[in-house]
Structures are given as structure tokens and as C-alpha cells.
Ligand binder design. Structure first.
Ligand code: SF4
Ligand code: SF4
Ligand code: SF4
Length: 323
């Protein structure tokens, strides 16, 4: 028992799916329990922050941290767990790239509060109250964490040792990460614990030289052909996305939305996808298109940010909208 590793799991701005993914490794969870004691896991065990604060520095061997950082509490716990852990693993798209919560970077706290607490049809809030960080009640002062204007990735807040991408990370990658850590044969700091391939490399379809003259959503296609979805005009982020998931969405004939994050050596997933798309645009029999023709096709992409930066806006070159 003394030789067991000590693990911690934490969730910040997340949906909880990454916690479920840990359980999705099925009976392999028994190997994890055999290998390690779990000292801190708010979703599953009742351990208080003060218990973590009381630990010696680097007492935890490995902390798996999922979720982006968007509140003062999440930042505090990220810094605390960094100090108390030998290795910090950024777990899942939200921690690694900002993920879906990172799309909040198209706006700011004030606009989010207006939309959530006052300017909507289903909320009755005559005083226009919005959350505040301190509130006086007869019993004393209540406090809430501060919500930031900008959502950050974990590595933008603390030093991270390894990255495990995916929304959530596929079970095979989670098992591989645990096995690698248990073996002690660790990859270089900063490594992404996923293959170097793109989703296209894992996809059952092969891409040809076909050009597309229109962009469509999947429901606009009456009958899908048994071939690359991008060549049927459906935006599939496969060329710009790191593999490791065995292109599972394509197995269900759904396009890749990019949850694996950028391909290796790519600075910006959205820019890479826009470049890939630009290289295959072409109206039937016509390779050279003027700007208006290109714009007409691009206008068919609804929600550019939500399409090309669905999981990576905080970690992209854009990072956020200037308000
Ligand atoms: S990466 Fe996906 S599954 Fe994990 S917390 Fe974020 S949204 Fe949820
Ligand atoms: S673009 Fe999409 S459908 Fe086409 S090969 Fe790549 S992953 Fe498969
Ligand atoms: S195909 Fe794309 S969206 Fe689907 S799991 Fe793989 S990386 Fe994520």
C-alpha cells in the first residue's frame, strides 16, 4: 500500500463529462485503484480544500485537472494543486484548449450576466440582481468566487506537465496515460499524450482532389454518400484535428468538430482548417475564383467561431473578442 501512487482529480469550468470519462474506462478502473490511492476528487469523495492545503508540497503524485479556468476559485485551486502535485496533467479539451466554456470569450462577464439574469424571457428579476462577490446577511458576510471576463486554459494559469486532449479524452488515451505514468518512463515535459496523426489519418474515408463549391450542414444533404464528408461540402475538422479517437464521429457519419485540438506543430486549429478549406474551394470546372465567389461560399458557414474554434478559442491566436 505504501508504494501506491497518489492521484487527484479536479474539475473547474467543465460539464462533468471528463469525470464520466474516467469511469468509462470500465473494469480498468480497478487497475487504477490497484495502482493508486485517490486523495482528492470532489465529484466522488468528500475531501475539503483545507485537507489539500494541509498536504506537504508535491504530496500528490499526479493531478488530473479538467475544465477551463474562469473564476477566482478555479484559479486558486489550480495554483494549490500545482503546488501539491509532482505532475499536473491538463485533462480534456476545456483544460487543454479552453473547450466549449472558452466560447464565452466572444463576450464578457457583463454581457453574460445580462443574458443570464435579466435580459431573457424566462427570468423574473425585477431588481436586476446579478451575482456579486460579497453579500451581507444577518449571520455575517457571504462570499462567492469572482467570475472573470476571459476564460483561460490551465497552462495559461499554471505550469502544466502533460496534456491529454479530447472532449472528453477517449478511454484508450486515459488508460495509456495512466500506464505511462505508472511505468515511470515519462515522456518529455509538455508532451501531448495522444498520437501525432490527424483525424483524417484515422478516418475510414480517403480524401481525393475533389473541390467543393458549396458548404452544407449535414441535415441539408438528402442522402450522404459513402465518402469523405468534407468533399460533400460538410465542414469536417479532421484535417486540422489531432487524432487518437479513431475518428469515432466519422464512424457514425458525423463530421469531426475538432475536439482533439490542433494537429502537432499547428499554432492555431481554426486557421489551419480555414487554410485547408481554402485549398479545396472551387466551382465546378473552375479552379480560379474571384473574391466574391469565395466570399459567397464562406457566407454559407454559419457561426465561424463556433465552427472553427469550437474547442480552442482561449488557446488560439485570437484568444478573445476585443470588447
Ligand atoms: S472536455 Fe468536454 S467532456 Fe470534458 S469537461 Fe470539457 S466539455 Fe466536458
Ligand atoms: S475530412 Fe473528415 S471525412 Fe474527410 S477524411 Fe478527414 S476526417 Fe474523414
Ligand atoms: S472525430 Fe473529432 S470531434 Fe469526434 S471524437 Fe474525434 S476529434 Fe473529437
Amino acid at each position: 500500500m505504501a508504494d501506491k501512487l497518489k492521484f487527484a482529480f479536479y474539475w473547474a469550468a467543465s460539464c462533468g463529462g471528463c469525470e464520466i470519462a474516467v469511469l468509462d474506462i470500465n473494469e480498468k478502473i480497478l487497475d487504477v485503484v490497484e495502482l493508486a490511492d485517490i486523495l482528492f476528487w470532489p465529484v466522488a469523495i468528500d475531501v475539503k480544500y483545507k485537507d489539500v492545503e494541509a498536504m506537504e508540497d508535491e504530496h500528490i503524485d499526479v493531478c488530473f485537472f479538467n475544465g477551463a479556468v474562469r473564476t477566482s476559485e478555479q484559479e486558486h485551486i489550480a495554483k494549490l494543486l500545482r503546488k501539491k502535485s509532482k505532475f499536473l496533467v491538463s485533462f480534456g479539451a476545456c483544460a487543454v484548449n479552453g473547450g466549449i466554456p472558452g466560447l464565452a470569450n466572444v463576450t464578457d462577464r457583463e454581457e453574460i450576466f445580462l443574458e443570464s439574469y435579466t435580459d431573457n424571457l424566462s427570468t423574473d428579476n425585477p431588481g436586476g440582481k446579478v451575482p456579486c462577490t460579497t453579500f451581507e446577511v444577518p449571520e455575517g458576510e457571504l462570499t462567492l468566487p469572482d467570475i472573470y471576463d476571459t476564460v483561460n486554459t490551465l497552462h495559461q494559469v499554471v505550469d502544466v506537465d502533460y496534456f491529454l486532449p479530447g472532449c472528453p479524452p477517449p478511454p484508450e488515451l486515459i488508460i495509456n496515460a495512466v500506464e505511462v505514468i505508472a511505468s515511470g518512463d515519462l515522456p518529455p515535459k509538455g508532451a501531448v499524450l495522444a498520437p501525432l496523426k490527424s483525424v483524417c489519418d484515422e478516418c475510414k474515408y480517403e480524401k481525393s482532389e475533389k473541390r467543393i463549391g458549396a458548404v452544407k450542414r449535414i441535415y441539408e444533404i438528402e442522402k450522404l454518400e459513402d465518402k469523405c464528408l468534407l468533399e460533400q461540402g460538410i465542414i469536417c475538422m479532421g484535417p486540422a484535428t489531432r487524432g487518437g479517437c479513431d475518428a469515432r464521429c466519422l464512424d457514425a457519419n458525423m463530421p469531426c468538430t475538432g475536439c482533439g485540438g490542433p494537429t502537432p506543430n499547428s499554432l492555431d486549429q481554426g486557421a489551419k482548417m480555414i487554410s485547408a478549406l481554402g485549398s479545396i474551394l472551387g466551382i465546378e470546372g473552375e479552379v480560379d475564383m474571384d473574391d466574391e465567389e469565395v466570399q459567397a461560399i464562406l457566407d454559407q458557414v454559419r457561426d465561424m467561431i463556433g465552427t472553427f474554434y469550437k474547442y480552442t478559442l482561449p488557446d488560439s491566436l485570437l484568444k478573445r473578442k476585443v470588447m
